[in-house]
Ligand binder design. Structure first.
Ligand SMILES: Cc1cc2nc3c(=O)[nH]c(=O)nc-3n(C[C@H](O)[C@H](O)[C@H](O)COP(=O)(O)OP(=O)(O)OC[C@H]3O[C@@H](n4cnc5c(N)ncnc54)[C@H](O)[C@@H]3O)c2cc1C
Length: 490
């Protein structure tokens, strides 16, 4: 029986472990934190349970594929959300409700001339981006940049201009009103960037949210994903070692690693190693590759950092639904300035998730679990977070004014994670929440590969390798790396 050691128990590591057990591997997973799941984690306090990071469950069919690949029906209980989210603007009392039914959606945008026609045209185009790249590019392993570029030649030529234009540019041309443009550009934040920097091809995310598969509430919260995978891994005899961080390695034959070592000095050997720690940062920090030293890592494009607040609130909040955005009225100026600034924004833009709205078991009776996520500059820009409490209070005060409900007097529990916490907890480079960003020079053949350039028994899975970030992409990443391992000769 071949043995595999997985370094990191994030979604990428867990899914790869599951797929490798199906291929007959004996698997061990080593994780630096006391709990597994990585960014897909859980925080429990006083009867409240909070999803630590991801809250949008999308492309549900990728999870079906994962479970089906090991002969199991997807055990997650999910319920479709509709509206999928709502968006508040500072200068408008009522939020926009985003429905997947185009007629209902058109009523929300009644002020936008020919909205229905425009959105249908926009989504048709986005659907073509999605279906023309899904199997040809996203779900494929490429061995080199020329191999990738050859793959790109199979993408219809009509899409090429959209690789070069920003998402904002296309939205700006399509719609008249600022609010319409801003709302449909919010998907850029799923890629950890702004619509001014994100290529317009990623409008495909508008198609996935509005037409293809939508967003779902997961019963019990997002951590149910981890629990269900964990159950299967335990049935398959996978060994978990938690509280141990891999910090160095030993060479075997010149092109193989023989063992990894944790910070206690324990040594782990295996036939194959799969790294779920950030694929770029691990190459630099642990494998000491000069191509990924700190100076070079800092020059790469990284996604925004999260500033997150977890509030247990002792009452029901009437003006919130499962997913909510709170935006200001100076989007372009905000997006262009704030993410490279050394100061926290005075009037922040943020996202609020309340799972107790769709699953009351995630908070005590009559209470709500409020998760607030404010994207902020990574630690290359704003290094000092001594203003953490002040910034959190600023956001909470803003939120309570905008939902016209007192929060501060009803707080049962409050936890905060600033970019330094995110960096330290999950080894996220400079606190970047989603890993490497997705400009055209950091995707496909240009992204750090899922196999090591020097060691033929070392592979990578997760957000900073191919295909990219977000839970469904990481599930696909686990499939791609498993294919690599199967084809490899180590
Ligand atoms: C605030 C936030 C909100 C998000 N929202 C969404 C969303 O709504 N929907 C969505 O689809 N995606 C979302 N994402 C993105 C999603 O969380 C990630 O893309 C995905 O969870 C990454 O999984 P991963 O396995 O690649 O990495 P991780 O989850 O980071 O897992 C890596 C694991 O490796 C461990 N590790 C690292 N280094 C070592 C080491 N040296 N030794 C041992 N262990 C190590 C880490 O502790 C961690 O557990 C969000 C992310 C954040 C931060």
């Amino acid at each position: 029986m071949k043995t595999a050691l997985i370094i990191g128990a994030g979604l990428g590591g867990l899914c790869t472990a599951l797929r490798l057990t199906q291929k007959g591997y004996k698997v061990k997973i080593i994780e630096k934190n006391p709990t597994i799941g990585g960014r897909l984690n859980i925080l429990q306090d006083k009867g409240y349970s909070f999803d630590v990071g991801p809250s949008f469950y999308s492309m549900s069919y990728e999870f079906d594929e994962l479970f089906n690949s090991v002969g199991v029906k997807n055990p997650l209980q999910i319920e479709k959300l509709d509206p999928i989210y709502q968006v508040y603007f500072r200068n408008r009392k009522e939020p926009f409700k985003i429905y997947t039914d185009i007629d209902k959606l058109a009523q929300e945008f009644a002020f936008e001339p020919r909205f229905k026609e425009k959105i249908q045209h926009y989504l048709n185009k986005a659907s073509q981006f999605f279906h023309d790249t899904e199997n040809a590019i996203v779900k494929k392993n490429f061995n080199s940049i020329p191999h990738y570029l050859l793959g790109m030649t199979k993408v219809p030529l009509k899409h090429i201009p959209y690789l070069l234009k920003s998402m904002w540019k296309v939205l700006d041309k399509t719609f008249e009103h600022e609010e319409t443009k801003v709302i449909f550009s919010l998907v850029a934040f799923f890629l950890g960037s702004t619509p001014f920097e994100t290529p317009s091809i990623y409008a495909l995310l508008n198609y996935t949210e509005l037409k293809h598969d939508g967003y779902w509430a997961v019963k019990g919260g997002m951590y149910s994903i981890v629990r269900e995978i964990q159950k299967l891994l335990e049935q398959r005899g996978v060994e978990f070692i938690t509280g141990a961080e891999i910090i160095s390695y030993e060479n075997g034959t010149p092109n193989k690693i023989s063992a990894f070592l944790d910070h206690h000095g324990n040594k782990y050997t295996a036939d194959v190693f799969v790294v779920n720690s950030d694929a770029a940062a691990f190459r630099g920090k642990v494998l000491k590759k000069t191509k990924y030293n700190e100076q070079k890592l800092d020059k790469l494009e990284w996604t925004l950092s999260p500033f997150t607040i977890y509030l247990g609130v002792r009452k029901k909040l009437k003006n919130l639904i499962h997913h909510n955005y709170f935006l200001g009225d100076n989007f372009k100026e905000y997006a262009n300035k704030i993410f490279k600034s050394i100061i926290a924004p005075e009037k922040p833009y943020y996202y609020v998730n309340v799972t107790s709205k769709s699953d009351p078991t995630t908070a005590p009776e009559g209470c709500e679990n409020v998760f607030i996520l404010c994207p902020v500059p990574d630690l290359r820009y704003k290094k000092d977070w001594n203003d953490t409490q002040e910034f959190a209070l600023n956001i909470i005060q803003d939120l309570q004014e905008r939902i016209e409900d007192n929060l501060l007097n009803y707080i049962d529990t409050m936890h905060i994670m600033n970019p330094i916490d995110w960096q330290n907890k999950f080894n996220l480079y400079r606190g970047s929440g989603l890993g490497l960003s997705h400009g055209m020079l950091q995707v496909g053949g240009f992204r750090p590969k899922n196999y090591d350039e020097d060691y033929k028994n070392v592979f990578y899975v997760g957000a900073s390798t191919t295909p990219g970030t977000g839970l469904p992409m990481v599930v696909i990443s686990s499939r791609l790396v498993t294919e690599r391992i199967e084809q490899a000769n180590f």
